[in-house]
Ligand binder design. Sequence first.
Ligand code: SF4
Length: 295
Amino acid sequence: MRIEIDEHSGCCHGVRRAIEQAEKVLNDRGTLFSLGAIVHNDTEMDRLRQKGLLTIGYDDLKKLRDTVVLFRAHGEPPAVYDIASGNNITVVDCTCPVVLQLQKKIASTYQEISPMGGQIIIFGKNGHAEVNGLIGQVSGEAIVIEKVENLSEIIALGKIDLTKPIALFSQTTKDPQQFLQLGELLRTAVLEACGDDSRLSIFNTICRQVSSRHPNLIEFAKGHTIIIFVCGKESSNGKILSQLCRSVNPRTYSVEHHNEIDPNWFSEDDFVGICGATSTPKWQLEEVANYLKNI
Ligand code: SF4
């Protein structure tokens, strides 16, 4: 059985940077609070916990005083920074620069279009930390669309005024094809409503580190007889990318840890491809590869 790790897999730049900063502070202080899980990956979180990282929630943050708290790559809304400064908390701000730029763009676009009754639409997951950080830039004045097929219902309910300026953005980890589809459906609806789409702005804000993985992964999954996709159960990016692999290679198995692997999945002449989400560190892919070499 041959085994290959996808060279393009591993944590994205934003998550890697947050983990590195956490490790640096942990080496200096021995302990550090993190507001939410730095990475949607229990195995990596266990490793960081052993180094002294304590994950807290928003209620905990309100009670903490005079300490140090890490804000993860997903970003936070302004209200959370206010809580931190009111409680004399030093923030280790690991907001990914890509997310930071998106937050700023949403805030400035909202200032521009809201006086004309314009609306911000975000293609993203309700309740996801990044989306909370994005809608926090506009005091919650944004419409979140989770799935392309939800658009018609939202329009039918009159939640979007198609005759006013509209700016469409995306959560950084959404599926690029679905975002394109949503943009085109929205454009068609605007044209039907007022015959002019000049007030519709579509900003493709999907992170390049995510969108470039799609074509790479399709080729990788096609080029192997079986795929082991390593990611945390809570990773939304992992769900999208593993499904992408499965669409071209039905023998795709998602696992979080090598102990979930069943040796019966493999035959001797298999060429196994190991890949993962933007929250899967390289060491975990290597661990799975080493395990497979020994079965
Ligand atoms: S996926 Fe992109 S935007 Fe999101 S944390 Fe990683 S590098 Fe940043």
